[in-house]
Design a protein around this ligand. Structure first.
Ligand SMILES: C[S@@+](CC[C@H](N)C(=O)[O-])C[C@H]1O[C@@H](n2cnc3c(N)ncnc32)[C@H](O)[C@@H]1O
Length: 224
């Protein structure tokens, strides 16, 4: 699949994919978007109650969310079991050109960015003593789990590009995959998506979005 590296407004890079006519992140800033939506509204929302979290990501892509979570978890000495799903893995020349390793000055941590990309698919791997990573090279439509995750980073391409990933069936699977009080966070704030999230049982919160977007969504599973 043809893809190219682009520069976004906060100086961080991202990827453009002509097939979907989509960017992997906001053009207003890839790094600021990932930190705002996934780390601040997802990871930091849950980490206060637990030093152990299991996280599911839909769309490994550039590995930015995975690497940011690793760096944040180090600050809390938190133990993370991270599962990420990707149907179209990036080629090496693309993920190398992103330079996301330079988000940190720590050379040892920088090396973890590359190892996150080079570890085997479909196998649980140890990134360090606190961070375990499983990259599943599958279609999210084929993923099923029950009561396993504290957080879901739902980072698929937009509904306009991939409407088959923003359906009642997919969000029912996401709801089932979460533990009670688990949260799903996404940059998407479309009314139709929020209606589907509510209809499958989530309590839905509209939160201020990252720079360039008015809102984002956090959906919480609360067993009755
Ligand atoms: C918006 S990008 C975000 C990627 C990633 N979270 C990041 O920070 O780079 C969406 C990702 O979902 C992947 N994807 C698209 N369709 C998919 C599918 N049906 N199943 C699994 N992954 C898919 C794309 O290849 C892409 O990597």
């Amino acid at each position: 699949m043809e893809r190219s590296v682009v520069l976004t407004a906060d100086g961080s890079s991202s990827v453009f994919v002509p097939y979907f006519d989509e960017y992997y992140h906001s053009v207003h800033g890839a790094l600021q978007e990932s930190v705002h939506v996934f780390i601040d509204a997802g990871f930091l929302f849950k980490i206060n109650n637990s030093k152990e979290l299991s996280i599911l990501e839909i769309g490994f892509g550039t590995g930015l969310n995975t690497f940011l979570t690793f760096l944040e978890a180090e600050k809390y000495n938190a133990k993370i079991d991270y599962v990420t799903i990707e149907k179209f893995p990036l080629e090496r020349n693309i993920y190398e050109a992103l330079h996301f390793n330079t988000i940190t000055d720590d050379a040892n941590k920088q090396a973890r960015f590359m190892s996150m990309h080079t570890i085997d698919w479909n196998k649980k791997s140890k990134v360090n003593t606190h961070f375990y990573l499983t990259k599943l090279h599958i279609d999210v439509l084929d993923f099923k789990a029950s009561n396993m995750f504290d957080i879901i980073y739902f980072d698929a391409f937009a509904p306009t590009a991939q409407k088959e990933l923003w359906t009642t069936a997919v969000f029912t699977a996401m709801y089932d995959a979460l533990k009670n009080e688990g949260v799903l966070v996404t940059y998407c704030a479309k009314g139709e998506v929020k209606r589907i999230l509510k209809s499958v049982g989530f309590v839905v919160q509209s939160l201020p979005g990252p720079i360039g977007k008015r809102e984002m969504t956090r959906a919480i599973k609360l067993n009755k």
